[in-house]
Every structure is written in C-alpha cells, then in structure tokens.
Design a protein around this ligand. Structure first.
Ligand code: LER
Ligand code: MN
Length: 278
C-alpha cells in the first residue's frame, strides 16, 4: 500500500483554482485540501477541474477565527460556530470531500472563559451536533489539537480522544498535525501508534512548519507509524509561513516559496522516505 498525498492550499490563497490543481497534478499529488471559506469557490469549477486534473478533495480545513468558537460561554456564539461548520459540511458534500476538520476553539484564544469542565461539555455538545449533520451529508469530521501558542484547549491527541470517546458518532476521528505534535507530544510516531485507527486525518509539516526536509523533524518513524496503523486518508502537507497568526495567509500575502518550491519539495522528500519503509 502506498500513501496518497494532498496539499493544504491555504498558502495558495488568492490564486485561481486552475493554477492550484495544475500545480498539484504536475508534482504528483492525488488530493487537495481546501480552505474552509465556501464563498471563495465555484463548486462546479472545482468539480470540473478536479476531474480534469485527477485531483480529489480529501478534506476541508475549517478556519476557526474568533467569531467561530464552539466552546464560547454564550450560546449564540456557539450556534454561530456550529452553523459555520454545517456550512463546511455542505461545501464538502458539494465538492465530494470525505473529511472536514473541526477544532473546538479559535486560533489565538489562549485563555479559557469558563471552567475546563464546562468548556469540555460545550465542546462535546457542539461537535456532536456538527458530526450528526456531517453524517447526514456524508462527511467525516476530524478533531484537530493545536499547540499551546494557538490554543489552551486541546493540545495533544489523547485530549482530543477524550472528546471523541464522549461522542456518539461513527463518522468522527482524530487529526494529528506534526507541527503541533512536535511541540506537544513526547514522540510523534508513538502518539500516532497509540491513537491507531482513531486517526482519520493528518497534517504534515516540518519543525519550522515549512516543507518536510527543511527542518529537524525525522519523518521516517512518523511515516512508518502511519503505515503500521494502516492510515488510509491522504498525507496532507499543511505548511504555513513563519508568522504568529497561522491564518494570516488567508488574507493574502507573500508565500512564494510555499507554491511551486515547497509543493514539489514536500512530496519528493516524503516519497523518498516512503520507499524505504518496512
Ligand atoms: C489548522 O489545521 C492548524 O493546524 C492550525 O494551526 C490553524 O492553522
Ligand atoms: Mn493543522
């Protein structure tokens, strides 16, 4: 079994869709992860060009800004965030995605507004509603922990697992992003092995959040762990420029090396390691 590869297009923000899929096809990708901003896309165009360039949408990276807070103490705020996630599930269904990412709290919210117990209750209630809705439209949800500088709420896979285990869903799993994991987990490969079949999506970036091979993360044990647990979603590169707000590139900006250069380098580096796996 060989891995399927995908690229999170947040760093392509502002580019036309044709340029994006052509690039992914050229460098040997199988999939694309779209930005969770439905108004950016013409779904007919996405479907048409994906077919033409043999690219599948494997997931949608929901964008959790301060207005999209699934654990906010005010119910109206939580409802707003849940509605946003339902919109992403609908988007996923329109463009034949299999998965969407869910994170309980927004990027940059680094202090709690309620007790841990209450926030955990909100997280479970909100994600249950999103999962139920996503199931109806045929989408899986993947709960993503982030590092401590982006959120205080869940930082490690086993914390996301506590939420997952409290849900009554068959279409939910855990997401493991190697950038966050390199800060928060004792060992990335072991964390993947421990979570096993509950892992339904991953983001891959080097220690500097740039292309695998440019930092100090050793991807061999990581890919071996993914192979050992029979991970069958796409290996999705999520590379982000070195700025504090990971969503800054959504507003446009210079990320030239993240286009051709890192798109090519990432897949080359990982495929080169993949061929030596046991
Ligand atoms: C999203 O996938 C992520 O990893 C966060 O850092 C927000 O960009
Ligand atoms: Mn991520």
């Amino acid at each position: 079994m060989s891995f399927k590869y995908s690229y999170n297009t947040i760093v392509y923000s502002g580019e036309d869709y044709l340029t994006q899929v052509k690039r992914l096809n050229k460098f040997g990708y199988d999939g694309i992860e779209l930005v969770g901003e439905p108004s950016w896309y013409d779904f007919n165009e996405v479907n048409k060009l994906n077919e033409e360039y043999n690219i599948k949408v494997n997931s949608i990276c929901s964008i959790f800004t301060s207005e999209r807070d699934l654990i906010h103490p005010e119910k109206s705020m939580r409802v707003k965030a849940i509605d946003y996630c339902k919109e992403i599930a609908d988007m996923g269904a329109e463009i034949q995605s299999t998965t969407m990412i869910v994170a309980p709290s927004p990027v940059g919210k680094i202090e709690s507004l309620k007790s841990e117990e209450e926030e955990m209750k909100y997280a479970i209630e909100s994600i249950q509603q999103i999962g139920d809705y996503a199931q109806k439209v045929g989408i899986n949800i993947s709960i993503e922990p982030w590092n401590r500088y982006e959120t205080y709420f869940i930082n490690r896979l086993e914390q996301a697992e506590r939420i997952l285990d409290a849900l009554d869903l068959t279409n939910a799993g855990i997401h493991g992003d190697t950038f966050h994991m390199s800060i928060e987990e004792v060992n990335i490969a072991n964390a993947y092995k421990k979570i096993g079949s509950k892992l339904n999506h991953c983001h891959i970036a080097d220690s500097n959040r740039a292309a695998p091979g440019t930092g100090h993360t050793d991807f061999k044990p990581i890919l071996q762990a993914l192979k050992d647990i029979n991970f069958n979603n796409y290996i999705t590169m999520e590379l982000i420029p070195p700025v504090s707000d990971p969503f800054a590139c959504v507003r446009g900006g210079k990320a030239e090396e993240f286009k051709d250069n890192y798109t090519e380098q990432s897949i080359k580096h990982l495929k080169n390691i993949e061929k030596d796996l046991e």
